[in-house]
Design a protein. Structure first.
Lengths: 349, 222
């Protein structure tokens, strides 16, 4: 016998060499001779198989332990699910807000009003000059007549305006800028204002800005909540696993006495944590679906009253996968923290 | 096999559990460790199992100073020592078979080989027919034999036992000791802590006598 200098050397090989002697006899030949790359490779693969076997065994073992006490464990998972639902719902809301944001970018435009005296030929030249600007994505000319027509339509005042002899509206060019940032748009506006024949450039940004700030705020709130509730999940799992470790303390002491590594002791608890996380994630998915169902009718009615069709955002496959992996990972991590912290306090007597 | 070199062990800075221990145990020897309770027998075994490190001196096992082992190597070191505890340290929610298979499970031995070796060990201690029983269904002597089967299932070259006959009647104690002698005959180094002086005197093996943490006598077998 010889204390190992490296933990990688498998011990199982030594007794095998002496298999033929008395079955419980210790090996007389103390250190197994290495027989080259082949046997080392065989040992490595048998170690890997053993490792895989233990993982399989422990994942089932921890699953059975979970199923054996369904009520208590379901409560733990429910706590995890509730902690997950709020950030997930917020995330969904933000996801639809992001769609809104894209529409906002679409509608972030500048309107270049031409001087009233400009004739259509000049207007076209000015439009070309505007298009030539680098910061401009595209332009759309609205002639004085078109402007009038749109105005009438939007106000529903066909008759009142028909009485006017003269069209008081100037021709205008709607410009979609490359960059929708405030500073860039302001700069583009002043550039365009300097062009000959341009009367005024209007940038109506205030409400776009406000919405954008609101979205940024919402994103931060969601992130903060996500982190907080993630910590909550860690604590819930950590506490549950701590109790599990405590209840199996004797068993842990015994296996450590006969040479179990920390990884071996930790493994079943890590699986328990991952199961808790996965179960909590599945419950959270169920709760989200339920909430969606519960809210969908009033939301549809509300949207219809505005003449719009809007439905609550659903969690798609990707979203569900992300939620489940996050919750499983959180459960695993919570278990790891709890076991690792606790193992140092457990010393074989 | 085992060499203690000027070993001392203090607990909490003052209480001196062991002092000036100097002895060697050769490979294949069978040694009794005796003395009153509190004389340091258990502390000595704990040092060999590397549950504790000596405060002074060196404990050499198979030529290695085991205090030098890194924490991550300790489990692999312990797998090479079979230990029989006075209170058996059996797991009461597992069958006899699964208690004995524990050391092999830890090492990742494949199931068929594990079953073969577990049955061989149970056969050796005469409990093959009880493999499915739970430890609570066994008598004290049977429980101790399960503990012994678990200690030897791994074919260790060093077998330690702390008061293995502590709670047993004389006849059972003699049976257990005979079992240890069997393992010694096939080459295992055996070290048994016991205060059953009458019993170990009959067995004619080397006896190390401890008193207040010091080695007061080293009686060779005659």
């Amino acid at each position: 016998m010889k204390p190992s200098t490296t933990p990688r050397r498998p011990r199982g090989a030594a007794p095998k060499a002496s298999k033929e002697r008395s079955r419980v006899a210790p090996p007389r030949q103390e250190s197994p001779k290495r027989r080259g790359a082949n046997s080392q490779q065989a040992r490595l693969s048998s170690r890997l198989r053993a490792w895989g076997r233990h993982h399989r065994a422990m994942s089932w073992d921890s699953f059975y332990r979970l199923v054996r006490h369904p009520v208590g464990n379901l409560l733990t998972m429910l706590a995890i699910a509730i902690a997950l639902v709020l950030p997930a719902a917020l995330w969904l809301t933000l996801d639809s807000a992001r769609l809104l944001d894209a529409e906002l970018d679409e509608s972030a435009t500048l309107t270049v009003y031409l001087q009233p005296a400009i004739d259509p030929g000049q207007a076209e030249r000015i439009e070309q000059a505007v298009s030539a600007e680098q910061a401009v994505l595209d332009t759309r000319m609205i002639s004085a007549e078109q402007g009038m027509a749109e105005f009438q339509r939007s106000l529903g005042l066909d008759d009142a305006l028909a009485g006017l002899d003269d069209n008081p509206l100037p021709a205008s060019i709607v410009v979609r800028p490359q960059d929708v940032e405030t500073a860039a748009m302001q700069q583009l506006a002043s550039t365009l204002e300097a062009l000959a024949g341009v009367d005024e450039v209007r940038v109506d940004l205030a409400w776009v800005e406000r919405l954008r700030h609101l979205a940024a705020l919402g994103r931060r709130v969601a992130l903060a909540l996500g982190v907080l509730f993630g910590l909550g999940v860690l604590l819930v799992v950590g506490n549950t696993i701590r109790l599990a470790v405590e209840s199996r303390r004797r068993e842990i002491e015994v296996v450590m006495l006969i040479g179990a590594t920390h990884a071996f002791v930790r493994r079943p608890f890590l699986y328990s944590g991952a199961w808790y996380g996965l179960g909590g994630g599945l419950l959270a998915l169920g709760l989200l679906g339920l909430g969606n169902h519960w809210l969908s009718l009033p939301v549809a009615a509300l949207a219809a009253s505005y003449g719009a069709s809007f439905s609550l955002p659903q969690l798609d496959m990707t979203g569900a996968t992300i939620l489940l992996s996050c919750s499983t990972l959180l459960g695993w991590l919570g278990a790891w923290l709890a076991v690792t912290r606790h193992l140092t306090s457990i010393r074989p007597r | 096999m085992i060499a203690f070199e000027h070993v001392g062990k203090r607990y909490g800075g003052r209480f001196e559990a062991l002092a000036h221990l100097d002895f060697r145990v050769e490979r294949g020897e069978m040694v009794f460790l005796t003395g009153h309770s509190g004389a340091g027998k258990s502390s000595l075994l704990r040092l060999i199992m590397r549950l504790e490190k000596p405060s002074r001196g060196r404990v050499m096992v198979a030529g290695h100073d085991i205090a030098q082992l890194h924490a991550s190597q300790v489990p692999f070191y312990r797998r090479q020592i079979g230990v029989v505890f006075q209170d058996h340290q059996l797991l009461f929610d597992r069958s006899v078979f699964h208690n004995v298979s524990l050391p092999l499970e830890i090492q990742g031995i494949e199931p068929r080989e594990t079953a073969r070796r577990v049955r061989a060990a149970l056969d050796k201690v005469g409990l093959l027919h009880r493999e499915k029983a739970l430890p609570v269904e066994l008598s004290g002597g049977e429980q101790q034999r399960v503990g012994i089967a678990r200690a030897v299932v791994n074919k260790p070259s060093l077998l330690l036992a702390d008061e293995p006959t502590g709670n047993l009647d004389p006849q059972l104690s003699a049976d257990i000791m005979a079992l240890f002698e069997d393992f010694n005959h096939i080459g295992t180094t055996v070290m048994i802590a016991s205060h059953d002086l009458a019993l170990i005197a009959r067995l004619r093996h080397r006896i190390l006598r401890l008193r207040e943490g010091r080695l007061v006598a080293d009686e060779r077998a005659v």
